[in-house]
Structures are given as structure tokens and as C-alpha cells.
Design a binder for this molecule. Structure first.
Ligand code: SF4
Ligand SMILES: [Zn+2]
Length: 327
């Protein structure tokens, strides 16, 4: 539930105790002065991850290096979307001055369909600080059942909602795109009895991925159903993988391909490249040649290529910018 008074032990939106670096610490957070007057606000713990801004740009915007409520929600629909952002916020920074009756419904809305033209692809919300706030998705495949792409923050209500979406087939796989975005992978694996899939080059003992059930080697691609292929797309890391949903013409890209709101172009976030920028651009070029309508990234903004021409033009702009920078 939202609406926590300043100065008490804080809980997350959705009623769970805060986890992570602030666990057990008396709340010293305060309403940021950049918020507009009204019930909804962002507090000083915001880590500027961008999630609320891409989710509800009519309400949230960037101000002085953090997010703020620049426009108070008008009507229940917009308030519910803003409260969904509060659920997704990895550090529980979005609050209301008074408890809001829509808070539970907003939590139970997850997983949320990504787009009206996409069949059975959902955004899980519950972003985790352990995954540097990365987005996680659910694809419900008619052959396999549920396939999670990267890991949301563990939440039992979300687990029930995911189960409901997947029906009798249950939740089969969790595709871990690379070691940055694994969050609570082990808890989800235990909860669903699912098989975690990761590339050998990204297995790490410090985050427990040395326990994953299926380790990919080589360069793939790996077909996990008639509709779903895992692609090997190193560059951002040495072992990045991505999920290609053929029917939906959608790439669930992890961190190697996204749209940058700040640059206003396609980006692979070279400042965060951990392996080889040149290899990453080669793989970005390869996947751009595929028949794609959507890219759903871990970090950065989603991309909707409304036409092949739009895709070509956007990618050309990215390559032209790269050529000018000359990395
Ligand atoms: S989702 Fe939370 S942490 Fe991220 S920018 Fe918004 S308020 Fe800040
Ligand atoms: Zn990453």
C-alpha cells in the first residue's frame, strides 16, 4: 500500500518490506521539491533509473538528476498507471501522501501486456535494484508455457499472477540474457521449478548463476520452441543472449540494443560496454536485418519499428552518429 508517512519504517508499494541497501533503516527520505503540488510524489531515494518516466511520461519527468511528478495524474486511469510505476520502481521512491484505494489493483495488474499488437508478451514490473533496475518480461508460448526473460524482484503476488497467465503449462524457462540482470533468479527458479538458461561466458558464482540448470555453449542460435529462438549477441558482455519471438516479430534484447531517451536514437550504451563495442555494433547490425517490429530491452526504452523503412532510417542514424564519434 502507498501513502507512507515520512519518518516511519518504510514498506514497498504492494506491502512488502523494502529489500536491498536500505533494509531496516529508519526512513529519512523526503518529498523532492521538484514534484508538483498534489498527493503523488517522488522522494529523495530516487536513483534516476528512468523506469517511471518511460512507463508514464504524462506524469513523471526528469528534474535535477532524479525523477519527479511534474504533472499530477488526472482521473483514475492515469493514477492507476502512476501507481503501477510505483510498483515497478526498484527502490520504492514513488509515494502518495494518503493511502490510495487503487494501489492493490495497480500491483495486481502485473504482468502487463506490452502492446495491443503483441500476443502473449508481458512486462513484469517489480524491477530490481540488484539488476540495476532492468526490465523483465514474460512470453507465454503455446508449446512451452511461460518463458521469463531476466528476473524481476521476487514477489509472491507477482508469482501468482504469472502462474495464472501461463495456465496448465506453467512457467518453463527463465532466459538470463547476461550476468547484470539476474536479480532474484534463484528464488523464481525454486518457486516455479523452472529451468534457467544462460550462456557459459556469463556464469558467475558471486550471483549464483553457477547453479543455472541449462548452460549454452557456442554461438547458437538455439531453438526452444517453434516460435522462440535464443540468439547469441555478445558485445555488451562476452555472453549476451537475446530471445527472438518470431510470431510477434519481437526481440527481447537484454542490454545490447535499445533506444536512448537522452540521445533520441537507437543505442547500445557504449559507456556501459563490458566486452567489445565493435562486436556489439556488428550484432546490432545483424539483428536489425531481421524481420522485427519491436525491441524490448532490459535497460533503455522500447522500440516500435512501425515500418521496415523506419527501422532502416533509425539504424542508419545510429550508425552515422557512431561514425562521427569514431569509437
Ligand atoms: S522508477 Fe523510481 S528510482 Fe526509477 S526514476 Fe522513477 S522514481 Fe526514480
Ligand atoms: Zn548489462
Amino acid at each position: 500500500m502507498l501513502g507512507f508517512a515520512v519518518g516511519v519504517l518504510k514498506t514497498r508499494a504492494g506491502g512488502n518490506l523494502q529489500t536491498g541497501r536500505r533494509r531496516g533503516v529508519v526512513n529519512m527520505k523526503s518529498r523532492l521539491p521538484s514534484n508538483s503540488a498534489g498527493d503523488l510524489y517522488v522522494d529523495s531515494s530516487c536513483i534516476d533509473c528512468d523506469v517511471c518516466r518511460w512507463m508514464v511520461p504524462d506524469v513523471f519527468d526528469r528534474a535535477q538528476g532524479q525523477s519527479a511528478v511534474l504533472h499530477q495524474p488526472v482521473g483514475d486511469d492515469m493514477m492507476r498507471k502512476a501507481l503501477q510505476a510505483a510498483v515497478a520502481c526498484p527502490v520504492g521512491s514513488i509515494r502518495t501522501e494518503t493511502p490510495n484505494p487503487l494501489a492493490k489493483a495497480a500491483r495486481d495488474d502485473f504482468p502487463i501486456p506490452v502492446h495491443e499488437t503483441l500476443v502473449d508478451i508481458y512486462y513484469n514490473g517489480f524491477n530490481s535494484e540488484k539488476s540495476f533496475s532492468a526490465n523483465s518480461y514474460l512470453v507465454v508460448d503455446e508449446e512451452l508455457g511461460g518463458v521469463l526473460i531476466d528476473s524481476p524482484r521476487y514477489n509472491s503476488a507477482l508469482a501468482k499472477s504469472i502462474e495464472k497467465k501461463c495456465g496448465d503449462l506453467g512457467v518453463k524457462y527463465m532466459v538470463l540474457t547476461h550476468s547484470d540482470d539476474v536479480a532474484d533468479h534463484a528464488r523464481w527458479a525454486e518457486r516455479f521449478g523452472l529451468t534457467r538458461i544462460m550462456h557459459k561466458n556469463q556464469i558467475r558464482s558471486f550471483n549464483g548463476t553457477n547453479d543455472v540448470e541449462m548452460v549454452l555453449e557456442g554461438e547458437g542460435p538455439w531453438e526452444i520452441s517453434k516460435n522462440l529462438n535464443i540468439l547469441f549477441v555478445p558485445g555488451h558482455s562476452s555472453g549476451c543472449i537475446a530471445l527472438h519471438d518470431i510470431k510477434n516479430k519481437t526481440l527481447l534484447s537484454g542490454d545490447f540494443y535499445a533506444f536512448s531517451a537522452r540521445k533520441g536514437t537507437i543505442s547500445g550504451f557504449p559507456d556501459y560496454n563490458h566486452f567489445s563495442w565493435q562486436t556489439q555494433v556488428e550484432n546490432m547490425t545483424k539483428v536489425t536485418r531481421m524481420d522485427l517490429n519491436f525491441v524490448l530491452p532490459g535497460h533503455g526504452r522500447r522500440i516500435h519499428f512501425e515500418t521496415p523503412e523506419m527501422k532502416e532510417a533509425m539504424f542508419k542514424e545510429f550508425l552515422d552518429t557512431e561514425a562521427k564519434v569514431g569509437r
